[in-house]
Design a protein around this ligand. Sequence first.
Ligand SMILES: [Zn+2]
Length: 89
Amino acid sequence: MPKKIPIRQCVACRAHKEKPQLARVVRTPEGQAVYDGRGKLSGRGAYICRSLDCLEKAVKTRALSRELGVEITPEVYDVLRAQMKEDGV
Ligand SMILES: [Zn+2]
């Protein structure tokens, strides 16, 4: 039996995708939002497609902030943008 891959929902387009296809942003216990590149940080997570379209949509709608209940700093968005360009989806 293949290992079951968890499904998560993108905060921007609401599509359900396999977890590795999504970028994860985590609210740390200190109340900061950080990009979780390896998907291993503990804390409340929000997921977004590895796509600049979804990212810009999330910036506009503040979907990540609402999901996590904390402000997303411009630095976090910059990291996500760079990451998504690299992933090139
Ligand atoms: Zn999406």
